[in-house]
Design a protein around this ligand. Structure first.
Ligand code: NAD
Ligand code: MG
Ligand code: MG
Length: 330
């Protein structure tokens, strides 16, 4: 095994239970970390800006809420869970002035540390605990007694026990119930960006869209194209996720399996693989990060244009209509 995986018995819960934790932000990851840590018996406060819509939600969920600077000042472990593009500014303004020697600064994605947009002082720990799943699943699985696996990383070990702190934090959010994988900031950042761009989000959405458009352009009803290229995706992925590609292949017909081997490499061909290598190179040399940060500085101009285009696409309109007509999705 090329990676080290830890489980609950490898973690010392006392480390995280004895720290004052600040979770900055209460979005997808923020609410999950704060609530899971609280339910694990940890001392948590959520740091939010004045007027934030999340203040009430966090208080109603039984959490202590303070402003971001006070949260950072009170805590000796500060987990930053605001959007990546806002982190440098929030760090400079509210967190950096409130860091003490021996504190731990924590992230759920390595973007700002790896690309150098945040440079913490040398006397603090810099760790990561990155759940490998969306925040709402991190919370749901914790309440159901299971957990989403975490990656843990250490960029700076000022106190000598930063790995134990990261492991204990992973215990607190429930990741150790599933498995905690040791990695580096570089590996997490580059693999995470590549996965979401080439496969999980970018690749998947474009594949579904291209299949849908090919059928519709050839005169097939959009509703049928939606079922074939979009709706059935989840069932195929579920079979792969639960029991492997071989089991998915066993469950589908021989006709479908033959078609898989015949057509797959024609669609994801050498040109697609070359594009993937280029995408990875732009992640590794920092040019993707720079492009993203520049678009953020322009008020997300490009991002918002793209978001509006997919929201207006016929596939989304078809999906909305179909999901409203069938009873299995509420
Ligand atoms: P999000 O967009 O869901 O939540 C951001 C939260 O930050 C908001 O709810 C709000 O509380 C706060 N916020 C927003 N704007 C603010 C501002 N101007 N000033 C102060 N606070 C503000 O963010 P997220 O998707 O949970 O991402 C947080 C971190 O977790 C990122 O580093 C991300 O890469 C990482 N991550 C996210 C996921 C995920 O499931 N979304 C998975 C793994 C890692
Ligand atoms: Mg990601
Ligand atoms: Mg079929």
């Amino acid at each position: 095994m090329a990676v080290t995986i830890y489980y609950e018995q490898d973690c010392n819960p006392e480390i995280i239970k004895n720290k004052k934790i600040a979770v900055i932000g209460y979005g997808s990851q923020g609410h999950a970390h704060a609530l899971n840590l609280k339910d694990s018996g940890c001392d948590v406060r959520v740091g939010l800006r004045e007027g934030s819509k999340s203040i009430e939600a966090a208080r109603e969920a039984g959490l202590k809420v303070v402003d971001m600077a006070s949260a950072a000042a009170e805590a000796d472990l500060i987990m930053i869970l605001v959007p990546d593009e806002l982190q440098p500014e929030i760090y400079e303004q509210y967190i950096a002035p409130n860091l003490n020697a021996g504190d731990t600064l924590a992230f759920a994605h390595g973007f700002n540390i790896h690309y150098g947009y945040i440079t913490p002082p040398e006397d603090v720990n810099v760790i990561m605990c990155a759940p490998k799943g969306p925040g709402h699943i991190v919370r749901r699985q914790y309440t159901e007694g299971s957990g989403v696996p975490d990656l843990i990383c250490v960029a700076q070990d000022a106190t000598g026990d930063a790995w134990d702190v990261a492991l204990s934090y992973a215990w607190g959010v429930g990741g150790a119930r599933a498995g905690v994988i040791k990695a580096t900031f570089k590996e997490e950042t580059e693999e995470d960006l590549f996965g979401e761009q080439a496969v999980l989000c970018g690749g998947l959405v474009e594949l579904v869209k291209a299949g849908f458009e090919t059928l519709v352009d050839a005169g097939y009803p959009p509703e049928l194209a939606y079922f074939e290229c979009y709706h059935e995706m989840k069932m195929i992925v579920d079979l792969m996720y639960e029991s492997g590609i071989h089991f998915m292949n066993y469950s589908i017909s021989n006709t479908a399996e033959y078609g898989e081997y015949y057509a797959g490499p024609k669609v994801i061909n050498e040109q697609s693989r070359e594009a993937m290598r280029e995408i990875l190179a732009r992640i590794q040399d920092g040019s993707f990060a720079e492009e993203f940060v520049n678009d953020c500085k322009c008020g997300h101009k490009w991002l918002i244009e793209q978001r509006e285009a997919i929201n207006d696409h016929e596939i989304e309109k078809t999906g909305e209509k179909i999901r409203g007509m069938f009873s299995w999705i509420s």
